[in-house]
Design a protein around this ligand. Structure first.
Ligand code: NDP
Ligand code: GUE
Length: 298
């Protein structure tokens, strides 16, 4: 047996096409093209990849991309002022501040300064609370992308045993919440979890969001399980750098039922969901009914 490869690139292209259609719909109603502002402070490597891919995708979907690259020694005040000006800018529908920030900056007040209506990363207390309460808001992009992939791969998740490894505010936690809302039975594992391999072997859905190359081994995976590998790790082998996930892909392939590759899995979905969230924010700002996204076969 070999796992079905969940082609995140292809699914993301499908989602971007739905986003582009929604943008056309907005402009037909006389609304301006949605604008997405990204703020990058310093030169975090993972963030550079993200920003580069994001700018291309934004323009490809007929949207406006606004980029603010600030030097690594930017002050907290300057960053807060920039966020305030983006909040007030009527041409900006979505604001994303790349994390992590350089060490001398405190991310919490910066996130808190983002208008919840423009918070396309879903990190403000308002949107975190809305997700926890099951109210409509803006959901973090990577978790949203994982759910769209799971929906396309498995359909109904009711009663399925899911393990999420990782509990970060950006990835692990919101994924666990969305899985719970989808009626899966969810376990959240982290660095203090005992017998992680044993927990993993019980999971019909395994989401790895750890940040350690090839951490999840093939013999941790239940036969037929659906594996969503969120990790983006840059490793250097024989002098050449490449990206690998948190799951030992070659070991997982003969065991899993379905798996996302790295690259080409969750990463492209994150970008497509960032555009999708921006379009949702634009609809709500104009008082229009926001579109719903689905990647299921028609
Ligand atoms: N594909 C995409 O679009 C995206 C990918 N990423 C990637 O996903 C990965 C995770 O990102 P993020 O959530 O931001 O990372 P964080 O570092 O914020 O969180 C990592 C989580 O993994 C847990 N963890 C770390 N080591 C272990 C271990 N040995 N055993 C069990 N759990 C462990 C931590 O546990 P504890 O809480 O106990 O410390 C923590 O909850 C990274 O590789 C990142 O680059 C991130 C965003 C988007
Ligand atoms: N506030 C904030 N929100 C984030 O969501 C966020 C962040 N900060 N900081 C950095 C991480 C990392 N991240 C990536 C998203 C997509 C790819 C991506 O497009 N990956 C592709 C391409 C890789 C390549 O081009 O080599 C892939 O996996 O196939 C990578 C990395 C989002 N993050």
């Amino acid at each position: 047996m070999t796992a079905r490869i969940l082609d995140g690139k292809a699914f993301a292209a499908k989602l971007r096409a739905q986003v582009a259609d929604a943008v056309v719909g907005l402009t037909k109603r006389g609304r301006p093209a949605p604008g997405l502002a990204v703020v990058l402070v310093g030169d975090d490597a993972a963030s550079q990849v993200y920003v580069r891919n994001k700018v291309k995708a934004t323009e490809g979907a007929g949207m406006r991309s606004i980029e603010h690259r600030l030097p690594a020694d930017t002050t907290q005040d300057a960053l807060l002022q920039l966020v305030a000006s983006l909040n007030d800018d009527p041409t900006v529908d979505g604001i994303l501040v790349q994390l992590p920030l350089p060490r001398h900056l405190d991310s919490a007040p910066v996130i808190a300064a983002i208008s919840p209506a423009k918070d396309v990363d879903g990190l403000t207390i308002e949107n975190v609370g809305r997700l926890a309460a099951g109210l409509p808001g803006l959901v973090p992009c990577t978790p949203l992308g994982c759910m769209l992939l799971l929906d396309a791969a498995l359909g109904d998740l009711a009663g399925k045993r899911a393990l999420v490894i990782g509990r970060s505010a950006l990835v692990g936690r919101p994924i666990a919440q969305l899985l719970t809302q989808a009626n899966a039975t969810v376990t959240v594992a982290h660095s203090k979890t005992r017998d992680l391999a044993g927990e993993a072997r019980r999971a019909e859905i395994l989401v790895a969001a750890i940040g350690q190359a090839d951490f999840v081994r093939g013999d941790w995976i239940a036969p037929g399980a659906t594996v969503i590998d969120v990790g983006i790790n840059r490793i250097v082998e024989n002098g050449t750098a490449r990206l690998v996930g948190d799951v030992a892909y070659d070991e997982a392939l003969p065991v899993a039922g379905a798996i996302t590759p790295v690259p080409g899995g969750v990463g492209p979905m994150t970008i497509a969901c960032l555009l999708a969230n921006t379009v949702v924010a634009a609809h709500r700002r104009h008082g229009d009914v926001a579109p719903r996204w689905s990647l299921k076969e028609d």
